[in-house]
Design a protein around this ligand. Sequence first.
Ligand code: NAD
Length: 497
Amino acid sequence: MTTVAHLINGELVTNVGRTAPVFNPSIGEAVRQVALADQATIQSAIDAAKAAFPAWRNTPPAKRAQVMFRFKQLLEANRDKIAAMISEEHGKTIEDAVGELQRGIENVEYACGAPELLKGEYNRNVGPNIDSWSDHQPLGVVAGITPFNFPAMVPLWMYPLAIVCGNCFILKPSERDPSSTQFIAQLLHEAGLPKGVINVVHGDKAAVDALIEAPEVRALSFVGSTPIAEYIYSEGTKRGKRVQALGGAKNHAVVLPDADLDNTVNALMGAAYGSCGERCMAISVVVAVGDQVADKLVEKLVPKIAALKIGAGTSCGLDMGPLVTGAARDKVKGYIDSGVAQGAELVVDGRQLSVAGCESGFFVGGTLFDKVTPEMSIYREEIFGPVLCIVRVGSLEAAMQLINDHEYGNGTCLFTRDGEAARLFCDEIEVGMVGVNVPLPVPVAYHSFGGWKRSLFGDLHAYGPDGVRFYTKRKTITQRWPQRASHEASQFAFPSL
Ligand code: NAD
């Protein structure tokens, strides 16, 4: 069985101690293993990044951007290969894998604007013969810890921007589907990135703790579940690091009686069941305003769920693949059991799905619950599977109260034709990313991504303008060149005009 190695200082390193199996979830079998870094391995990555930093920091931003231009070309040239690698280990369909890669490439494109992004601000004559400017300088060695559900896109939210800002990066990807992440990082060297500027270390809690504890690591970006986000935020900030930790979600779609229900149902199908529901922006709750809306949604959703094309992620033309692991499948089935036990109406049950030729794969079929109430665990908790819950309310205000009371605030969407309702929703909803007739309002690369409440810990959102702020520290320089002959008296009052 082959081993996915670490990438340290431009070299593949397999000083194998502990390992973990990597599965193909479509067939339910381990296909390779991944090395799990110990403290010494993490330290060697930190040493490599630290050694690379002085030269990289002083490399002109335009030269750093040229590496990203070549990287983008290599990503495009390797699109099919990368999509196949993602699908094999994650289980998402090939088309979905291509989509996530494309969104990641858009972050590389944004990073190509480094000289413009780092321009700073300048004022001549802020005082007599005094000029002042702000400079955005790199932090040094920074690290990112990423989840399994977007093995290409989420790392690409982080390191292209961190690197063009002049930092050296250590990436700790998910140990469940590490191959595409690893391959993509290697392309950076082909694009001309100096050794040590990017390093990839695989691992679990031990590797993450070593990154948290290392004083050389100045900033941590994390994307994953909320308990781990909270842990990394509190442990990292305690040690004086800059931390941005994006967590879990429970995304509601509100459907008003005036919405175009056919389009709404089509949008809900993709947003709830795409990627088997394993997206932090997946719609997992529909809040139907009025019983009539709820009844019609159920009537239209049921045949579409029955018609979902489900199979091995590596095939084309499918709607949905398996869940990522056997444990994930069991957890999702457990939530369906609990929904039944707590009194929700199970309209479509995906627990018994079997896929011909993939009988040992980690599949759960599309599932629909109606008459879900806020105290049920299927409503409160993140299921992260193909389970859609309908909650019935009487008004837009009641729908908004429900969303605002939820502990998560990642994404939400309103389906309506009413501009006044849409404006109220956008103004008053306590959620970081809002769609109006857009089910997955994932911001484009030149905006920034982030939720509110327990979906994000930290002050800045990921990528885009907030990403530049996160990966740089501002230095403001005030400069005066007095004329040689001038006599300057001491000034004891606070300087002002
Ligand atoms: P996870 O929290 O299990 O793992 C994320 C990362 O943390 C991985 O690299 C993992 O190795 C590491 N990790 C796991 N256990 C750890 C521990 N005890 N201590 C330190 N590190 C640990 O998340 P996942 O299952 O890979 O991904 C799914 C979760 O990520 C969902 O909750 C989803 O909502 C969330 N997510 C959020 C966003 C967002 O932008 N808010 C995006 C994608 C995924």
